[in-house]
Ligand binder design. Structure first.
Ligand SMILES: CC(C)(COP(=O)(O)OP(=O)(O)OC[C@H]1O[C@@H](n2cnc3c(N)ncnc32)[C@H](O)[C@@H]1OP(=O)(O)O)[C@@H](O)C(=O)NCCC(=O)NCCS
Length: 335
């Protein structure tokens, strides 16, 4: 097996950061050509302005004078101290030479040194299964704890008459609730309410076999998260539902990058259990779609990930016109 040298990427070392960025961009074009490329503003700021709650380290892997791969660990500093999120990649022309195994062993050592009990790693799969990542993780003793499908919505192919019909239906079912929208950070008076909803995202979504404990969120933690998103150049379009008593009942958010106009992610959507059954999920998503189209008219694609067991969310996405694009496994490796 050819041996590797691992070099920690210093966030202030622009050349090393560029190398990591270039490697990721090339691997993505090779592995999933229609995927969103990495955004330089985001990649750079993630290391320079750490997100409160995680401590992130990146290593470049060199062999024979060439950069052959990279590894990344995000250690928890606030919640879930047993779990370290990791990512690794090997340059396409360097695969099947044992580099992936060495990178993962390095990450396992780093996780153990930090006192973690398991690694979380995400692995992409084509819709019909297979692909190198799940095969690699199976060979490394990992287990898939949650299976997601990525669905894609094309904004140039929306069935606007059908969306208007769904909107009317949802508005009637949600009578008594109102909507509030913002672009960027939440208004100050909604920070506590939004922190409560973000905390519920860690308990109210299907986790299947993932070992995840509830996260603790308050206004201060959310403020820190919003500041790091601003530093990373991420725009956020948010629509929240307000119950008749004035409290937040749910929200839906779409995010996008500073340097990539055509693409956006559907991030969190939640309706609290006590407010379900009023078509608020559909209403939030439709209203937020309008906000995205108004504020970011260049967006042509919104991608969304759903656990295969999340049938209510999937039904809403199907009704909006989303179609399956590929799959993502959330894997655990015991340390
Ligand atoms: C997944 C990945 C990191 C594997 O890197 P690699 O250097 O090719 O992996 P290794 O050579 O160390 O492979 C170790 C074992 O994994 C399995 N494996 C790896 N790739 C495989 C493939 N394409 N098909 C079947 N088995 C595979 C084999 O059992 C292999 O052992 P062997 O070569 O002795 O048979 C690489 O394909 C990659 O970078 N993919 C894109 C990034 C990614 O998906 N990362 C996140 C998930 S790990």
């Amino acid at each position: 097996m050819t041996s590797l040298t691992l070099e920690t990427v210093d966030p202030t070392d622009e050349a090393a950061l560029r190398e990591w960025f270039t490697l990721r961009a090339a691997a993505q074009v090779h592995d999933v050509p229609d995927d969103v490329p990495p955004c330089w503003t985001d990649v750079r700021a993630r290391l320079l302005v750490p997100v409160r709650g995680t401590a992130e380290t990146v290593w470049l892997a060199r062999s024979g004078g060439r950069t052959v791969g990279a590894a990344q660990i995000m250690l928890p500093t606030l919640d879930n101290p047993d779990n370290a999120m990791v990512d690794l990649l090997v340059a396409p022309e360097q695969r099947r030479r044992g580099f992936g195994r060495q990178l993962l062993e390095h990450l396992m050592d780093a996780g153990r040194t930090a006192g973690c009990k398991r690694l979380f790693v995400e692995a992409r799969e084509p819709l019909d299964g297979g692909g190198p990542a799940p095969r690699f993780l199976t060979a490394m003793g990992g287990r898939k704890a949650l299976a997601d499908t990525r669905r894609r919505l094309r904004l140039d192919a929306l069935d606007t008459a059908e969306l208007a019909r769904l909107r009317g239906e949802a508005e009637r079912a949600a009578a008594g609730y109102t909507l509030e929208q913002w672009f960027g950070a939440p208004p100050e008076h909604r920070l506590d309410g939004m922190a409560g909803l973000v905390a519920r995202m860690s308990t109210d979504v299907p986790l299947d076999d993932l070992h995840l404990a509830p996260e603790a969120w308050d206004a201060e933690r959310l403020r820190g998260m919003e500041a790091s998103r601003d530093a990373r150049g991420l725009w956020r379009a948010t629509t929240a539902a307000v119950a008749p008593d004035g409290a937040l009942a749910g929200f839906s958010q779409v995010t996008g990058y500073a340097t990539i106009g055509w693409f956006a992610h559907q991030s969190d959507t939640i309706v609290l259990g006590e407010h379900r059954g009023h078509r608020l999920g559909m209403l939030l998503k439709l209203a937020n779609l309008d906000l995205v189209r108004e504020r970011r008219p260049d967006v042509r694609v919104i991608d969304t990930y759903n656990a295969d067991t999340n049938r209510h969310m999937i039904a809403i996405n199907d009704a909006l016109g989303c179609y399956p694009f590929d799959r993502l496994g959330e894997w655990e490796i015991d340390l």
